[in-house]
Unconditional design. Structure first.
Ligand SMILES: Nc1ncnc2c1ncn2[C@@H]1O[C@H](COP(=O)(O)OP(=O)(O)O)[C@@H](O)[C@H]1O
Ligand SMILES: [Mg+2]
Lengths: 259, 246
């Protein structure tokens, strides 16, 4: 029984590994380049926001470069996965139509791959900490897994919804890109949540990403986590993942028909 | 039942007409009432209450004109499609659907596709690595194996597809009109390999328009007509009737 379980775990590991390698190969031609992209992209954004808000607008936030990247990297994970999700099943049409394997593995792979890119970008955050004469915190050891799990289920749930429904409508890609871009400006990535006027502050809680980003930044910059925000993030994670799973369950058996 | 590889019990399959796909969500929202009605109403039934049984180790042919649902039956067996009504029982590990333009990712090389197909079929990487060289050898594509399959001809794709499936030890092999594009040499190789499978008690489900090949390897044949089966029985009887009818 034990060896059977071991083979099963090995199999799932191999399946995700092979699908990830494939995705990296198809998207970036090789995996080192893929990683460099995933770091360069948020850094380029950080540079633009730094110039726009620190140099031009003179925003009152200390260590603004550090502040920016501590929020941009986790945001990037969210945006990359969600923006890729409309095309992910279409891009794998040839195998979906031929083999009866669980289709959610394709979506799962996308989310895991962007998560790994995010984790691999943490050294860049550490580098910036040192530049600002700070050091990493021991609390990261539990803080990172805790936030990672919540964010994982939020992203996975959204990706399940978008990827599944896009097969039936085919024009969700633009809508998704537009939505993530709009959401970005309503998420405290380049501004501090304390800067939101008091009467609008409650809107912060309507955005599942806000709570997470605020916590990520606190964790990276001061080693702390807001427990209430964390609770909120997990409630969102459970809710969104449940919806995503139900949508997927309802639609997945039709994937091969409509591709 | 216990020595049946595949059982279809009163299986019906219909496809909706997905008009809205081409229209997109914008269109659906602007024409909501018609949109929903058109999704619900227009269904196309490929076959109705189809029942048959394929025994373990049998080579079973499915013949019939284009569009009668032969590929749909294979898709249902492979678990890629789902029936609208009825029960399907499948006992055994199934090969990927072998069709023209097999299940490969165009941007990956032949070798990478071998590994991808292997894990999708349920093998671990280690189990696949053991067989990779045999697969490449059998396909006769060793010069091209590290090139993306996008540049392969349809004959080459068929070679690679059959080679992969042939070496991943399926218990049920699904073959959909693939021999038509391979050259004579490779066709011969495939038929030899299938004979070997037959000896090893692998169930083979074989869709083909070549009555010659059907007669050569099938034990029993089902002749499909629109919406239902016309005839099912031993190969020579069904093929004879089919030839007379055509
Ligand atoms: N994904 C699909 N969506 C809608 N209709 C389909 C789909 N696949 C097949 N059909 C229809 O079902 C019928 C049977 O198709 P198929 O099983 O491919 O036939 P065959 O393999 O015998 O030529 C055809 O009329 C075809 O148009
Ligand atoms: Mg067909």
């Amino acid at each position: 029984m034990d060896s059977k379980l071991k083979r099963k775990l090995q199999y799932y590991f191999d399946l995700i590994l092979v699908l990830t390698q494939k995705e990296l190969k198809v998207r970036y031609k090789n995996s080192v380049l893929g990683y460099l992209w995933s770091v360069a992209h948020p850094l380029a954004f950080a540079l633009v926001f730094f110039i726009a808000f620190k140099v031009v607008v003179k925003i009152q936030i200390e260590d603004y470069a550090l502040f920016l990247i501590a929020g941009l990297f986790p945001w990037q994970w969210f945006a990359n996965s969600v923006n890729a999700s409309p095309m992910i099943l279409l891009g794998n049409a040839s195998i979906i139509k031929k083999v009866g394997f669980p289709r959610y593995f394709i979506i799962l792979t996308q989310v895991i791959q962007d998560m790994i890119h995010f984790l691999l970008a943490i050294p860049v955050i550490i580098l910036f900490l040192f530049l600002y004469h700070k050091t990493p915190y021991l609390s990261w050891l539990y803080g990172i897994p805790v936030l990672l799990t919540a964010q994982f289920f939020i992203i996975y749930g959204i990706c399940l919804i978008v990827a599944s429904t896009n097969l039936f409508f085919r024009d969700l890609e633009r809508l998704t890109i537009l939505s993530t871009m709009l959401l970005f400006y309503f998420t405290p990535v380049f501004f501090d949540e304390a800067m939101i006027p008091r009467q609008y502050q409650n809107f912060l809680y309507l955005n599942p990403l806000s709570l997470l980003i605020v916590n990520w930044r606190m964790l990276f910059l001061s080693g702390k986590i807001n427990a209430l925000y964390l609770l909120g993030s997990y409630s969102y994670a459970g809710f969104i993942f449940l919806i995503g799973y139900m949508v997927y369950r309802k639609l997945s058996w039709k994937f091969a028909e409509v591709l | 039942m216990i020595n049946a590889a595949v059982v279809f019990d009163k299986v019906s399959k219909s496809y909706p007409m997905y008009h809205h796909i081409t229209g997109g969500i914008k269109n659906l929202i602007f024409h909501l009432p018609q949109g929903i009605r058109s999704i619900k109403r227009t269904r196309y039934e490929v076959f109705h209450e189809l029942s048959f049984e394929i025994k373990k180790g049998e080579t079973f042919g499915i013949i019939g004109r284009n569009g009668v649902g032969k590929s749909t039956i294979l898709g249902l067996i492979a678990g890629v499609l789902r029936q609208s009504q009825g029960t399907i029982v499948v006992n055994g590990r199934i090969s990927p659907l072998l069709e023209l333009g097999a299940g490969f990712h165009p941007d990956l090389s032949g070798r990478e596709n071998i590994i991808l197909n292997g894990v999708l079929m349920g093998l671990t990487r280690e189990e696949i690595f053991k067989r990779v060289n045999d697969i490449i050898m059998f396909s006769g594509l060793d010069q091209f194996i590290d090139q993306p399959v996008r540049v392969y001809s349809s004959g080459m794709l068929t070679r690679l597809g059959f080679s992969v499936v042939a070496h991943l030890e399926p218990e049920i092999l699904l073959i959909d009109e693939i021999l038509a594009v391979g050259d004579i040499d490779f066709q011969k190789k495939c038929l030899e390999r299938m004979a070997e499978f037959k000896k090893n008690n692998v169930t083979i489900i074989f869709v083909s328009h070549s009555m010659l090949n059907v007669e050569r390897i099938c034990d029993r044949v089902m002749w499909m007509e629109s919406c239902t089966q016309k005839m099912i029985g031993s190969t020579n009887i069904v093929v004879k009737a089919y030839k007379e009818h055509e």
